[in-house]
Design a binder for this molecule. Sequence first.
Ligand SMILES: C[S@@+](CC[C@H](N)C(=O)[O-])C[C@H]1O[C@@H](n2cnc3c(N)ncnc32)[C@H](O)[C@@H]1O
Length: 194
Amino acid sequence: MDDTKNICPPKCLLAIEADTRKIEFKMASEPLVGSLLRTLAASKAKGRFLELGTGTGLSTAWLLDGMCSDSTLVTMDNDQTLLDVAYRHLGSDTRLRIVCEDGDEFVKSLFSSGEKFDFIFADTWAGKYRFIQETLDLLNRHGLYVIDDMLPQPNWPEDHPPKVESLLALLEKRKDFLITKMAWSCGVVICTKI
Ligand SMILES: C[S@@+](CC[C@H](N)C(=O)[O-])C[C@H]1O[C@@H](n2cnc3c(N)ncnc32)[C@H](O)[C@@H]1O
């Protein structure tokens, strides 16, 4: 099996990738992870989706490609230059709301207003290395929490590995989640709230 073959990316992906290269954004997600996100997204009919860390909208595009017409996605980043790319390519999709805000403040406000989601892709500090308990509380029962970049990456600062270990330990301790760690692609963890 060659897992990179026939992954059929969303139509807009090539154009987003080209714009991503133009602005030299270096933290873009991988197509394999995108493909997984799309497959999982398709399982949540009428789902409420949350993405923390839009970047230029690569993972957003994959999520939207899997989501049914009745699902909605809120995606957040604090960098307007990156969000402009996402908005240019995906902004016409009525299922999508793009928010420019600080991640910590955004998660805190979702938590305090009692928002609930069926799917969370946490791809920035907030919701992964900060405010993790609040983020996990945003999930409905049977909801999915997905994170990537859990295998060592060349751009990791020296103090990052212990943060990854602590996050994994925290997830493994939660009795209300089933978790699977995948040493595949850049390292993915999928958690289901039970
Ligand atoms: C790994 S990248 C996201 C990649 C994106 N999901 C993709 O598919 O390419 C992490 C993102 O977190 C954003 N970020 C960093 N600090 C943040 C903060 N304090 N609040 C909100 N977003 C932040 C960065 O601008 C960056 O786009």
